[in-house]
Ligand binder design. Sequence first.
Ligand SMILES: *Cc1c(COP(=O)(O)O)cnc(C)c1O
Length: 352
Amino acid sequence: MTVRNELLKSIRQAEPYVPGEQPRHKVVKLNTNENPYPPSPRVAEALRNADADALRLYPDPEASALTEALAEYYGVEKDQVFVGVGSDDVISLCFLTFFNSEKPILFPDITYSFYKVWAQLYRIPYECPKLDEDFRIVREDYYRENGGIIFPNPNAPTAVYEELDFVEDILEHNRDSIVIVDEAYIDFAGRSAMELIGKYDNLIVVQTFSKSRSMAGMRIGYAVSNPELIRCLSNVKYSFNSYTMNQPALLCGAAAVKDEEYFKEKIRMIVKTREWAKDELGRLGFVFPEPKANFIFARHPKCDAQKLFEELKAHNIYVRHWNTERIRDHLRITIGTKEEMAALFDFLKKAL
Ligand SMILES: *Cc1c(COP(=O)(O)O)cnc(C)c1O
């Protein structure tokens, strides 16, 4: 049966975000920037100790166990932290809460493709200033009037990191707009904009447990800002779902944050593998902007990226490729374990 136009015309029709594949069979999985290592053993312990009987009760609507752990970790107050079901949930709520003017919001032309999806879903006007030839954000493009700004730092899928003075310059030039810095990959990069929160009332920093904390499957993200903006965000959240975070996620998240040593060690390992991967890819003739995330955005001057992507996939090595303007000659390669990367390089040596 087909639905009649009379019905269709008043239905919200969205063009959804397309995530990377999650194949059922075992592959060398370098396509969705997951962490190749398990989460802290304290997370497994928290899961073992979880009380199934307690699930009959609603979870704490304030998610205190987790917000308190994060507040302590970052040295901020509890009312400066907002948690959600992955940073996708948090950023989506930020769009709904903070991007409400008639003016267009700004984000780069090459960036996390979910931003455009949310802008369209919520009917927020947007403009996408072009990254320069080296995939750097052109700061002057963000000096014009706008209804808000969002960019990831490091950017995705380019892995390019901008220093804190760049972020501060954007904040300075946009005192009357909300600026969201999506720091999904900051733990692999450098200084976080978190330290600017006391200085700029227009700043929101968003981070996630999905990459550096190895918990993509648990769905935990968070925003840190001043209490007033966090209150606005919470009010919107409580206006459609009081209980977004389930009990096990709150306990496991808090347990992960408390194991700083394990977290730092795993980041060191991934950064070390990344530096080795840079050398190997360079030797094979790939070129890429300096990567500061847990992935490398690489192009081979003599090789068709789409074809290489498909060949890799046929050999059970999954990377990410977008057949879109300006980046269709690139592959985004997640940093896996040393063994996984070695499998990739072995294949590339034969294929090229
Ligand atoms: C992975 C990613 C996110 C979302 O991650 P969640 O799993 O929803 O926390 C947000 N922004 C960028 C740039 C990402 O790469």
